[in-house]
Design a protein around this ligand. Structure first.
Ligand SMILES: [Zn+2]
Ligand SMILES: [Zn+2]
Length: 175
């Protein structure tokens, strides 16, 4: 058995505790703005419940994303606790509908061995922002000259002045 897999048969009266470092490739995530990712640190425990198992876990990792506005690479950290219920895959489709009702995410296994990687990767996908921003109010790049406006205004910004200011300047020129 792989070290990053949990053997559910070994969960007896005591919870089965686990701690793993999963190394992942960027291609496993397949998200355009993700530039780098650390190993995923996953810890937690599995206990027996009626008809299956309950997994509670903490997933910690960090990565580098590209800001969608200013294109700078920035650090992204994620630390989350999540729960999952594990059930043997039911033979009947109707039963499956029954089991997935409820708030907890359900995971169905064919063999009583659960690999941590697919579970962790799904959480990573969910944690990644659709529109990454280096800071909530990132000013982005000037569409004219391409300057990073977070570093200060560019020459174009000064030219596109407030029309009221333009009127004042016109007045002053007349004086
Ligand atoms: Zn930015
Ligand atoms: Zn500019």
């Amino acid at each position: 058995m792989k070290p990053d897999a949990l053997s559910l048969d070994s969960v007896l009266d005591e919870p089965l505790r686990f701690a793993s470092e999963l190394s992942v490739g960027l291609d496993a995530i397949d998200r355009e703005p993700l530039l780098a990712i650390s190993p995923l640190s996953i810890t937690g425990e599995v206990v027996r419940i009626e008809g299956g198992y309950a997994l509670s876990s903490r997933l910690v990792w960090e990565g580098q994303l590209e800001c969608s506005r200013c294109l700078v690479a920035y650090r992204f950290e994620s630390s989350e606790d999540f729960g999952l219920v594990l059930y043997p895959r039911p033979a009947e489709a109707a039963e499956e509908v029954e089991l997935t009702r409820g708030d907890l995410d359900a995971f169905f296994y064919d063999e009583p061995v659960v690999e941590l990687s697919p579970i962790a990767l799904e959480r990573v996908q969910m944690a990644l922002p659709m529109k990454p921003l280096c800071q909530p109010d990132c000013k982005g790049l000037c569409p004219e000259c391409g300057k990073d406006l977070n570093a200060g205004p560019c020459a174009c910004a000064r030219e596109a002045a407030d029309p009221r200011w333009e009127a004042l300047r016109a007045l002053r020129e007349k004086v």
